[in-house]
Ligand binder design. Structure first.
Ligand SMILES: Nc1ncnc2c1ncn2[C@@H]1O[C@H](COP(=O)(O)OP(=O)(O)O)[C@@H](O)[C@H]1O
Ligand SMILES: [Mg+2]
Length: 390
């Protein structure tokens, strides 16, 4: 009888050992991070997922880390307070609570935590937390928000563009009339000096209005596109050749860092001239005619886009201004100097080439505009009223 008892208790012990080893394995290999600690904060369980998220090895954590080191500031106390309250999933429980943890290297990691207090005979003996890393999810959420903002921006530009085009069309004819007839009067009549001076002023202002209307029409992309594969370096160099001799550029050092062997980029050369000219003129104006302009061209890492960057040593763009620079009529320049249409036209042209334009600016540290243009474009992707030629 005694022999059988011993055999039974040995069996039970090995069963118990096996099942506790199984439970242990279950926790250690869980996909979520699992940490259990006693009421003094000494860590009792620290699985591989926790190790991956927090940077401590399980041995290190069990030996020398207190749970309070993992919760920065007063977060440990806050978590305990919530655990003990009834409000967050019942007494002794905390469900899907977003909180920050501190990694071994000091980085703060946002996590979603499910935690509970372990009681023995009504007494708190330990806490256990199951958590997962929210960094990736939060990053995706941020990217999604950014895409939504960009979409809204694109929509806003499109409706403003339509409005601008309508107004521009209505203004075009009377403006042409004003310029034409003013020119005629100036050419065909004997005029007193004062009258001639005043009329010349009328002509100058009318021409200025016409230029603005032209920009507006350009902005609304009502001009036809004429796309050919082009050597982007050549387009930029030609533009620089024209601009270099202007007064504004006399004290500006222009550095060219153009990558050779770039593939040709399909583009409407005239429109792209407009893009580069606007960006370069803005840079020169920001530097008030003295500084350094660096122009870089290179192939994107993915190999399917050509990038061109314009960096100036101007004052940079303030945070509250940078979000508006591509909007039509947004200008920080004094009246008569800026129309605020330059960059909105640039934006429209680049988007119409299926490209992208980005700006990076540090206050006081200069500004860089980057234009990315795809090497290949699909014929069908152009608007109906635009032509595409091989
Ligand atoms: N390189 C630059 N450095 C600093 N600010 C710039 C730069 N380029 C553009 N900006 C800002 O963007 C605004 C809008 O530019 P733009 O659309 O070309 O209109 P405009 O030049 O007529 O003001 C400018 O008024 C200026 O505040
Ligand atoms: Mg401008």
């Amino acid at each position: 009888m005694k022999v059988i008892d011993t055999i039974n208790s040995e069996k039970e012990e090995s069963l118990l050992e096996r099942s506790s080893a199984f439970l242990r394995n279950l926790i250690l290999s869980a996909v979520d991070g699992v940490i259990a600690a006693d009421m003094k904060g000494k860590i009792l369980i620290f699985n591989d997922a926790a190790s991956e998220i927090l940077g401590y090895t399980p041995e290190e954590a069990l030996k020398s880390v207190n749970i309070r080191q993992i919760y920065p500031g007063g977060v440990a106390t806050e978590v305990m307070r919530k655990l003990r309250s009834e409000e967050y999933g019942g007494r002794g429980k905390l469900k899907s609570y977003q909180v920050n943890l501190c990694r071994k290297d000091g980085e703060i990691v946002p996590i979603s935590l499910n935690a509970s207090i372990i009681y023995e005979k009504g007494r708190e003996v330990a806490t256990i937390g199951f958590f997962h890393d929210l960094r990736e999810a939060l990053k995706m959420k941020k990217e999604l928000e950014l895409t939504q903002i960009q979409l809204l921006q694109a929509e806003k530009m499109a409706s403003l563009g339509k409005l601008a085009a309508g107004v521009a069309h209505q203004l075009n004819n009377p403006l042409n009339g004003i310029t034409l007839f003013t020119k005629l009067v100036l050419e065909e009549y004997e005029l007193e000096d004062d009258a001639r001076r005043d009329l010349k002023r009328v002509l100058r202002d009318a021409v200025r209005c016409r230029d603005i209307v032209k920009e507006l029409l350009e902005f609304a992309r009502q001009t036809r596109q004429n796309i050919h594969p082009q050597d982007i370096n050549k387009v930029v160099l030609r533009m620089l050749f024209l601009l270099r001799n202007q007064d504004l550029f006399q004290n500006i050092k222009i550095k060219e860092e153009l990558s050779e062997s770039l593939p040709p980029v399909p583009m409407d050369r005239q429109q792209m001239n407009h893009v580069f000219m606007n960006i370069i003129l803005n840079a020169a104006e920001a530097m008030e005619g003295s500084g350094e302009l660096t122009i870089k061209s290179y192939l994107s890492k993915s190999g399917d886009k050509v990038c061109i960057e314009f960096s100036d040593t101007g004052p940079g763009i303030k945070d509250d201004v940078i979000n508006h620079i591509f909007e039509p009529f947004f200008t920080t320049k004094e009246e008569g100097k800026g129309t605020g249409l330059g960059l909105s036209v640039v934006y429209g042209i680049v988007k119409n080439h299926k490209g992208n334009i980005t700006v990076v600016s540090k206050q006081g540290g200069g500004t860089t505009f980057r234009v990315e243009l795809p090497i290949y474009q699909e014929k069908v992707s152009f608007d109906e009223n635009h032509t595409y030629q091989e």
